[in-house]
Design a protein around this ligand. Structure first.
Ligand SMILES: NC(=O)c1ccc[n+]([C@@H]2O[C@H](COP(=O)([O-])OP(=O)(O)OC[C@H]3O[C@@H](n4cnc5c(N)ncnc54)[C@H](OP(=O)(O)O)[C@@H]3O)[C@@H](O)[C@H]2O)c1
Length: 274
């Protein structure tokens, strides 16, 4: 039995589908089973840190989101028979970065808790997700102009199902214990190019209109906690014109090349047109 936290998330949901397709028993954790609409073949259990037996009994492996990681959760996982944790960490964990950045702190804390837990572990450190482009979905559904910051910010966005494919291998195959996998998409693309690729996928010409980052606020980033927004914008500023890291890890680990952003956009047409 494999336990998947964040089972309604972009990566978690893709992983649940993959594990079920591979014939694996899956326990899908969500804080709200009532609105989760997870596959019937998954055992859906409410995520509650204070009810470890219901979550971990009979399971051997755990896919963990950093947000869900606590020392007590990991202790309970080990006490109930979990042997191996695959953490959805972040590419922000690397030498020379600002270790006070809140995104760094969250993922580094989860990695440290897991290293200290006595459980075997694998850390997935993806860089920017292609799903970050969903931030533009309301504007694209409403018209052909996308207002955003840093038209020239460069990323190598990674498809959520490529991350899930690596997680699947790390959970099902031997040899991933103690490994750190840095995951990226296959090519660099700017924000403006991503918007154009979404336009090509939905069959409309879309224009990216750059907003002065000093004037960007909650209207552009409604899901970003206000105290994190300035730090996030500073991080974006540093990506303008700077070639992003591109690794071959998705292909090396899964045997399939990482999917390009244009592929992701075609997979997500419904998100931009519904
Ligand atoms: N976006 C990026 O560019 C990027 C880059 C590197 C790493 N990451 C990492 O990837 C994560 C995002 O992955 P995603 O897009 O798959 O996530 P997502 O779609 O936002 O889903 C997150 C899932 O985690 C669960 N969750 C959220 N907070 C929780 C908590 N406190 N306790 C337990 N469960 C909780 C939620 O499930 P329920 O509501 O159903 O409980 C939700 O399904 C980030 O949070 C970050 O850790 C992101």
């Amino acid at each position: 039995m494999i336990v998947v936290t964040g089972a309604t998330g972009n990566v978690g949901r893709a992983l649940v589908d993959r594990l079920l397709a591979a014939g694996q028993p899956v326990r899908a954790l969500t804080r709200d089973p009532g609105r989760a609409s997870l596959p019937e073949r998954a055992e859906v259990v409410r995520f509650r840190a204070e009810d470890p037996a219901a979550q971990f009994a009979g399971a051997t492996s755990l896919f963990l989101y950093a947000q869900a990681s606590t020392v007590s959760l990991l202790d309970a996982a080990r006490a109930h028979g979990i042997r191996h944790v695959v953490l959805l960490s972040s590419g922000i964990i690397q030498k020379g970065v600002d270790e006070t950045h809140p995104i760094h702190v969250m993922h580094a804390t989860a990695e440290r808790q897991i290293r200290d837990s006595g459980l075997a572990w694998t850390f997935l450190r993806p860089n920017a997700f292609a799903t970050n482009a969903l931030q533009w979905a309301p504007q694209i559904r409403a018209g052909n102009t996308v207002r955003g910051v840093f038209a020239g910010a460069l990323f190598a966005p990674v498809h959520e199902d490529d991350i899930a494919a690596v997680a699947e291998r790390a959970l099902l195959d031997d040899g991933h214990e103690g490994a750190v996998h840095r995951l990226t998409g296959p090519e660099a693309t700017t924000n403006a190019e991503q918007v154009a690729a979404i336009g090509a996928a939905v069959g409309r010409g879309l224009t990216f209109v750059e907003v002065d980052p000093r004037k960007a606020g909650a209207e552009l980033f409604p899901h970003v906690p206000p105290q994190m927004l300035r730090r996030m914008l500073e991080s974006f500023a540093q990506t303008v014109g700077v070639p992003p890291e591109i690794t071959g890890a998705v292909e090396d680990l899964t045997g399939s090349p990482a999917r390009a952003f244009a592929h992701w956009a075609r997979d997500h047409v419904a998100d931009f047109t519904a």
